[in-house]
Design a protein around this ligand. Structure first.
Ligand SMILES: [Ca+2]
Length: 363
């Protein structure tokens, strides 16, 4: 009963409720960062993260190493492109492997595409860099890459591949990687149970389709949560499943930035509905799952960082329904990524040319 009252009040007064439920404080881990974008927590004192401008950085024993790691491939830093998503191998403690997603300039540099590499993390560098995915075809735009990653429990890697902005119609077709979640093995090979392998017209990496610009993905007890930017309005949280069509651009709760209608439809047979959508947009960025107890009121929540106006949405999901929603950390500006740390604290990356890494601690 108490919970139900909190929810209904929370929709109106969520910011005030936060302080009464959990007392927290911010600790700055690193500042003057160049567009921090993706972060991966190795342990409570060691965090590796990307700067969109092309640097791979590391906080070691709680301190930012002033030197970026060497060995990072050339990236296209333009528009929304650059060094982007990062994730540790599930066996990182043994093999020191990491995966990085970035926008990769083609030879001649007139076109570019989303690329994912695997690499070994050493002290001060990465090595054994190997391309394991390149989105096809290449694009002329520097927009809507997706570029987030998550592991399924079977050890296969999901990669979000955005619609490229100018190529949105392609999200409905299976002969390209625009607007897809793709699934590969970590050596770049194709899992033999991928959903479209029997369709010779489909690219074999495709796992789900009809997405726009997917900026967060996380797997919780085998359930894949994915958030994506709508156009003007219509940002979505989806539960993504293999072979399913998430509708873009045939159905949407948003409009084009000009105000024009993209589609008059918000639902269609054979297309999945989001479990939540936001109008107006919040520009969701990263996503993490908080299962720790340092902040007991937040245990078992999705945390979705957001750029507009800038905060973290805490959502509790039960049976595909949102049962709690709170707005957290709305005094930090645009937040680009969020992660939980093994000590129960929460790590945030603020956006922009003077970005910070911030740890949310118990007050
Ligand atoms: Ca959709």
């Amino acid at each position: 009963m108490r919970k139900r009252i909190l929810i209904s009040i929370g929709l109106i007064f969520s910011i005030h409720l936060i302080a009464s439920e959990e007392n927290y404080a911010y600790e700055t881990l690193a500042e003057d960062l160049s567009h921090p974008w993706g972060l991966a927590v190795i342990d409570e004192n060691n965090i590796i993260f990307t700067e969109l401008s092309g640097n791979l950085r590391i906080i070691e024993n709680g301190k930012l190493n002033p030197e970026p790691l060497s060995g990072v491939p050339e990236v296209l830093f333009a528009g929304q492109g650059g060094l982007s998503g990062i994730i540790l191998d599930p066996s990182f403690n043994d093999n020191k492997r990491i995966y990085i997603a970035f926008s990769s300039p083609d030879a001649g540099k007139k076109t570019n595409t989303l690329e994912v590499v695997s690499a070994t993390l050493n002290s001060g560098s990465i090595s054994n860099v190997k391309t394991i995915f390149k989105a096809s075809p290449s694009r002329r735009t520097a927009a809507h890459y997706g570029a987030r990653m998550a592991f399924l429990d079977d050890g296969t890697l999901l990669i979000t591949s955005g619609d490229g902005f100018n190529y949105r119609e392609q999200a409905q077709y299976l002969d390209n990687h625009y607007g897809k979640i793709v699934r590969i093995n970590t050596d770049g090979s194709i899992p033999q149970d991928n959903p479209f392998l029997s369709n010779t017209a489909a690219l074999p990496e495709i796992w789900s389709y009809g997405h726009r610009n997917l900026q967060g993905i996380t797997v919780v007890d085998g359930v894949v949560y994915e958030n994506e930017h709508g156009p003007m309005g219509g940002d979505e949280l989806n539960i993504a499943e293999p072979a399913k069509n998430y509708g873009w651009p045939a159905i949407t709760y948003g409009k084009d930035y000009s105000g024009a209608t993209i589609s008059p439809f918000t639902e269609k047979e054979g297309m999945e509905q989001p479990i939540k959508y936001w109008v107006p947009s919040i520009a969701p960025s990263g996503m993490a799952y908080y299962d720790d107890t340092l902040f007991p009121n937040w245990t078992d929540s999705l945390l979705i960082s957001a750029l507009v106006p800038g905060d973290v949405r805490r959502l509790k999901v039960e049976n595909s329904k949102i049962t709690e929603e709170e707005i957290l950390f709305s005094d930090l500006g645009r937040i680009r990524d969020v992660a939980s740390s093994p000590d129960g604290t929460i790590i945030l990356a603020t956006d922009g040319p003077n970005g910070k890494l911030i740890r949310v601690i118990k007050k």
